[in-house]
Ligand binder design. Sequence first.
Ligand SMILES: Nc1ncnc2c1ncn2[C@@H]1O[C@H](COP(=O)(O)OP(=O)(O)OP(=O)(O)O)[C@@H](O)[C@H]1O
Ligand SMILES: [Mg+2]
Length: 253
Amino acid sequence: MRIVAVANQKGGVGKTTTAVNLAAGLVQTGKRVLLVDLDPQANASTGLGQVGNTASSIYHVLLGELPLCAVLHAVSPAGLFLAPSSPDLAGAEVEIYPRADREQHLKRALAEASGFDYVLIDCPPALNMLTINALVAANRVLIPMQCEYYALEGLTQLLNTVRRVRAQLNPHLEVDGLLRTMFDNRNRLSSEVGQELERHFPDKLYQTVIPRNIRLAEAPSFGRAALEYDPSCAGSLAYQGLAKEFLQREGPK
Ligand SMILES: Nc1ncnc2c1ncn2[C@@H]1O[C@H](COP(=O)(O)OP(=O)(O)OP(=O)(O)O)[C@@H](O)[C@H]1O
Ligand SMILES: [Mg+2]
């Protein structure tokens, strides 16, 4: 079972859209996927039609009140399972912080997960204790990036955090890749930052580029992954391409 954290402390860069549609893309190739919504905003949960279940969410699992299996929902497409978030998760940070094993809660919870090929974790837009829990639980981190002026600054900070987590808490953590999202090749800055990423991270940068596409933004309001809502739109095709490239990077098992 591979565990992939989808992380970037910058807000609104396409983490949730990527987590949901990569998960759906992997499911369409026959993989069994668990999507963990680790963001108190719960965008991945509502985007997959699961609204605010405050009684059983990943919050309760993190605090050890419920086993992981008690909060899983089978969602569409078939083969995709969701561990939903709830607004309570905002408080989890404070609640687990005093504990000695505060970085290990998600790792422990996911040790109970079985029958999945991949676990994707949708992280909140912060380098907080929730994101650290995701980085400690994960084998790899996938970093969606919007190609704009401040993107590279944030990236340095994130990569430093990944290095620190690897050194102190999780030697298995690797950067899976950097993904250009909301890309508009008519925008000169977008293209320039995209090329800069190609120069600096030739091995880590995904060839697949996610274009700016309104269908990707519409899909969550229908409670569905874009790959299901409109499988043939440019955004869905790009995420299908991402799933393929993601699996190619895995190599033969
Ligand atoms: N490729 C795209 N084209 C157009 N709109 C997009 C695209 N990707 C994401 N969006 C929209 O941009 C907004 C931010 O995307 P998303 O929620 O995936 O980012 P995020 O990094 O998860 O945000 P947050 O940091 O708040 O969790 C959303 O409204 C989403 O629907
Ligand atoms: Mg999000």
